[in-house]
Design a protein. Structure first.
Length: 327
């Protein structure tokens, strides 16, 4: 038997462990044509075939770069040659206030979520690596984010599955070389206008030099540790919320006040999310928390979407903020 090359074997082991944990009959593999997703697709074609798992490939064309349609077709052809039936999802990306990159990400995830739903809620395999995780944690640190953000990306967050979070980017490149696959090089990955690119090319190499190596692995371990902590706190919050909320959806501040701050804020976050509030930041969440922990009769904190939270008779309620006098 011909030995499996080392990088290919490592990627396959990571994928096999993820599939063993889920046991799905179908999976969707998202592929940009880059080294990470291409190595993942090759491993999926091999491992899933041996297990009888059906693989569906999706290549997303955001239409944001010249020639993106040709790049998508090339990636789709690579999947076909691997034995994966694939299609190109062409998107129309509308830039929002947070920029085209974030808008493209939202559109991409919406398309992949739709593909999952069309396949019976099949897991969507994403090619994020240990290096991506380290960059995510470093970004969170620089922005002063809390534990939920520093926990980074989850390996399994249905429908998303990231089998390669323990695999280095260099390994996926080596796996492509071992398989004779030619990955696409995204020009955005060399564009220093993007913060993540500068982290990858400037900050992380400097940290590796100053701290004598192992920084990316250490950041990824930090994410794993914080993910465990966050899961425990989220579970505690989930037990509290039903008893604190009444039929009208308001919260009893007296139930929340004795809780540890980390649990209390998670209860509030879950309550706001269930009410459809999106895009609130840590400062806004802490403003809502102050209605419980530091109540002094203060005014209602504002939230995105023209909403606010008020405290009346010991209960928190969400309402549409009154409009000021016309100019």
């Amino acid at each position: 038997m011909t030995p499996v090359p080392p990088a290919t074997a490592e990627v396959r082991r990571a994928l096999r462990a993820a599939l063993d944990a889920m046991g799905p009959p179908d999976v969707v593999v998202a592929c940009s044509g880059g080294a990470d997703s291409l190595a993942l697709a090759a491993a999926t074609a091999h491992v899933a075939g041996a297990r009888g798992t059906t693989v569906h490939g999706v290549v997303v064309d955001h239409g944001l770069q010249p020639g993106s349609d040709a790049t998508a077709r090339t990636a789709c052809g690579a999947l076909d040659r691997l034995g994966i039936e694939a299609r190109v999802a062409v998107l129309t990306v509308t830039a929002a206030g947070d920029g085209p990159e974030a808008a493209a990400r939202r559109a991409r995830y919406a398309a992949l979520r739709a593909e999952s739903a069309a396949r019976g809620d099949a897991p969507v395999l994403l090619g994020h690596t240990l290096d991506d995780q380290a960059e995510t944690v470093l970004l969170g640190l620089g922005r002063g984010s809390g534990a939920r953000s520093l926990a980074g990306m989850r390996r399994l967050d249905p429908p998303w599955c990231r089998p390669l979070l323990g695999v280095r980017r260099a390994t996926t490149r080596a796996a492509c070389a071992e398989a004779g696959l030619e990955p696409w090089e995204d020009p955005h990955n060399a564009d220093a206008r993007y913060t993540r690119v500068r982290l990858r090319r400037e900050v992380l190499p400097l940290l590796e030099d100053v701290l004598s190596g192992g920084v990316a692995e250490a950041l990824a371990r930090t994410a794993d540790q914080l993910a465990d902590d966050d899961a425990a706190l989220a579970a505690a919050a989930a037990q509290v919320l039903p008893g604190a909320r009444d039929e009208e959806g308001t919260l009893d501040a007296a139930v929340l006040a004795p809780l540890p701050a980390a649990v209390r804020r998670r209860v509030l976050r879950a309550w706001l999310a269930e009410a459809g509030v999106r895009g609130f930041d840590d400062a806004q969440l802490r403003g809502v928390d102050a209605l419980v922990a530091r109540w002094r009769g203060q005014g209602p904190p504002s939230l995105p979407g023209g909403l606010e939270v008020i405290r009346t008779r010991g209960r928190l309620a969400l309402r549409r903020a009154p409009r000021g006098p016309a100019g």
